[in-house]
Unconditional design. Structure first.
Length: 240
């Protein structure tokens, strides 16, 4: 089959797991990243998947980045908007920089990535867009007002894109993972982590591979009738 899939933030954590799983499923995969060259080079070496550096918060950079991917790998048929960051602080202490950094990386990015990609998908009459949201976009979490707002925004965006693409063979779905063992959680203290795990009925954090298999499922040609949905995967922590 060999459809082309682009995973933003595909060099570490959940994104890298998505790249590996999509490659295993027969896709031609490209991974983007922000600036951690060591991680990107290590990932490229291990997976054989080409990596492309640009900031998904920058509109022009996204356009140029997608052109580079399309020239090297081919027209993007599956887009996984996975790149994301967190900058936690209670609202009364949150700086406007913390707010803006999260909004541009986690929410503006899904708009920035659409330009060339959505036009190509509409022309070809096929597309799969999978947006990696979060359990914290479905429920509130203290210290994460910026992140919760961005991830909830992503779900609304997904639904609108699903409607717009419905007659053009384009599906758009969100995945809302609970807490997954990646570097994103490295700043969380042991005590808070114990508390989090205590709230997960399955009794453990998720694995990146467990999210990746959902991405492969939603990306499939056969998943054409699944659109506008939010796939909740969180060990039972929130039953939505
Ligand atoms: P990681 O921190 O492990 O990896 C983040 C990836 O995103 C890296 O490849 C990083 O590139 C890239 N990235 C970050 N900022 C940008 C940017 N501005 N432009 C381009 N690429 C960027 O994150 P996770 O794997 O944990 O998270 C992946 C997604 O899943 C995120 O959207 C996150 O919010 C979401 N999520 C994570 C959960 C978790 O518990 N881990 C739970 C729910 C959702 P580089 O290496 O260059 O920095």
């Amino acid at each position: 089959m060999g459809r082309v899939a682009l995973v933003t933030g595909g060099t570490r954590g959940i994104g890298e797991a998505c790249c590996k799983a999509l490659k295993k499923a027969g896709y031609k995969v490209a991974a983007s990243y922000a600036g951690n060259d060591d991680a990107a080079n290590a990932s490229r070496k291990e997976t054989g998947i080409p990596v492309f550096k640009w900031d998904v918060g920058d509109y022009q950079a996204c356009e140029q980045g997608v052109i580079a991917v399309e020239n090297e790998v081919g027209p993007v048929e599956v887009l996984v908007n996975n790149a994301g960051i967190s900058r936690d602080a209670m609202l009364q202490k949150m700086s406007s920089e913390q707010w803006e950094q999260v909004m541009r990386t986690d929410l503006d990015s899904v708009f920035n990535m659409r330009a060339r990609v959505i036009n190509g998908m509409r022309e070809r009459g096929f597309g799969r867009i999978v947006n990696i949201s979060s359990i914290n976009g479905q429920q509130g979490m203290l210290g994460l007002s910026n992140y919760c707002a961005a991830k909830a925004g992503m779900i609304g965006f997904t639904r609108a894109v699903a409607l717009e693409g419905a007659r053009k063979g384009i599906t758009a779905n969100a995945i809302a993972p609970g807490y997954v063992a990646t570097e994103l959680l490295s700043g969380v203290s042991e005590k808070v982590m114990e508390h989090i795990v205590g709230q997960i009925p399955v009794g453990r954090l998720g694995e990146a591979d467990e999210v990746a298999r959902c991405v492969v499922f939603l990306a499939a040609d056969e998943s054409a009738w699944i659109t506008g949905s939010t796939l909740t995967i969180n060990g039972g922590q929130l039953m939505d």
